[in-house]
Design a binder for this molecule. Structure first.
Ligand code: CTP
Length: 423
């Protein structure tokens, strides 16, 4: 590693003034207490890439919690996690995670490691990839100095993802998903040796709990283009570890782009992305993946609804279908399930009907209700619902428009009923 690379000018250029002030202050405070403190992980990688880091992680050779509590800045909000020796600091608009330098020993593949306090070099060695295993000193005497024991900077320059040792994926197979995510997000390549290890250790994904895999998938779904991650994961046979039925996801490239231009909220977009990912599954396959990832109830409902509706939308494959029939096929399905089916289908007639439903039909409401019908003389019982359904269909099909129109239809119905009785 070239000696003494100093990145203080990059810190100045790429970080907000607020963050600059914070890092200098914490560096000073740590120095006064005889501790060293470093900016670590993704933030260093992003700085070297000329990006402005989003997550700020700091590591202290000493006591992170004690240090957090002694920073002389006003209006800080500190949240302490005693068990992990970490603290989160919120100050003005910034959020910083502070941890004590540590070593990790994995007693078994996939389980969380045993942790002991340590120094920065060992702390960097426990990390996933060389590009994430660099630090920048914040100590006043060496502020901005890059610590790069594992050739991270050279890997950033060569745009490659490389593990630090050959047991990395065995220790923590979530790194398989992470490698693919970084590769696609940063437009890097997984280095040849690392790729061989990744393929060798794919089955180590079985050692990871569904909760941890779900966490990785959630992060992927928040990427700008998650489809790239899923396609690459499919190519590497990693996607099949989520569900053996989940293959052939090239079509997501077009579908995710369509989803992005629909103006959905971030949360809805993530749900629709997941709906499209599992769209090819049947009900049983969906139930298996939902149980494995322990998806939340609201998400599960949308996914189930999406797959249910997939089995019904062929009923919409007739261009001249009356509005009421369109409505009664789609009514009762959750909006995001309908939207996911709209994006998933390639059949123009179905698309048009779903668009018509979403923009107009679902907003069509009757002016009369069951009580009105009773007052007008419709006998209590199933006739009320039958008549409301009839009125709704007439309104959807444009046969009645106004309240008078609805009323006229009810009286016609009552008259016909009387006439039938007399026959
Ligand atoms: N890390 C690791 N192994 C993991 C998870 C995290 O080694 N399974 C380390 C990496 O050094 C990583 C740091 O912890 O840089 C912080 O984790 P995270 O916030 O997930 O990663 P970032 O690099 O900040 O990634 P991102 O840009 O996606 O936020």
């Amino acid at each position: 590693m070239p000696a003494n690379i100093n990145l203080s000018s990059r810190l100045l250029k790429q970080l907000s003034t607020e963050l600059e002030v914070f890092l200098h202050t914490i560096g000073e405070t740590a120095a006064r207490q005889g501790q060293n403190i470093y900016l670590v992980g993704g933030a260093v990688r992003d700085l070297l890439l000329g990006l402005s880091p989003i997550d700020i992680d700091l590591v202290v050779e000493g006591n992170a919690i004690a240090l957090a509590k002694s920073i002389p800045l006003s209006r800080m909000k500190i949240t302490v996690h005693q068990a992990f020796g970490t603290a989160n600091i919120k100050w003005n608009h910034i959020s910083i995670d502070l941890a004590t330098a540590r070593s990790e020993i994995y007693s078994q593949p996939g389980v969380l490691p045993e942790v002991t306090p340590s120094n920065i070099n060992r702390d960097l060695f426990r990390r996933d990839f060389s590009i994430n295993a660099m630090a920048i000193s914040l100590h006043r005497d060496s502020f901005g100095e890059l610590i790069d024991p594992y050739r991270g900077m050279s890997d950033v320059k060569n745009r490659c993802i490389r593990v630090l040792h050959e047991k990395s994926f065995v220790d923590d197979a979530t790194r398989i998903w992470r490698a693919i995510r970084y590769e696609q997000r940063l437009k890097f390549k997984i280095e040849t040796g690392t790729l061989q290890l990744l393929k060798r250790d794919i089955n180590m994904l079985d050692t990871i709990s569904g909760d941890r895999i779900r966490h990785e998938i959630e992060i992927i779904l928040k990427e700008k283009e998650p489809e790239k991650v899923f396609c690459r994961a499919d190519e590497l046979r990693v996607l099949a570890k989520l569900s053996p039925a989940l293959t052939g996801v090239e079509w997501l490239k077009e579908k995710y782009s369509e989803a992005r231009v629909m103006g959905l909220s971030d949360v809805s977009l993530v749900t629709v992305y997941l709906g499209l990912l599992v769209y090819s599954l049947n009900t049983n396959e969906l139930a298996a993946i939902v149980a494995y990832l322990r998806l939340k109830r609201t998400m599960t409902q949308v996914l189930k609804n999406t797959i249910d509706l997939k089995g019904k939308i062929c009923a919409l494959n007739t261009p001249s279908l009356p509005n009421s029939e369109v409505y009664f096929v789609l009514d009762g399905y959750l909006e995001l399930a309908v939207i996911t089916n709209l994006i998933a289908t390639d059949i123009t007639a179905i698309e048009k009907h779903i668009e018509n439903y979403l923009t107009k039909l679902r907003h069509v409401k009757l002016r009369l209700n069951g009580n009105d019908l009773k007052r007008m003389g419709v006998p209590q019982g199933p006739d009320i619902n039958r008549l409301l359904h009839l009125l709704h269909a007439a309104k959807l099909n444009g046969k009645v428009i106004t309240k008078q129109g609805e009323t006229r239809l009810v009286y016609n119905w009552l008259r016909e009923r009387e006439a039938k009785k007399k026959q």
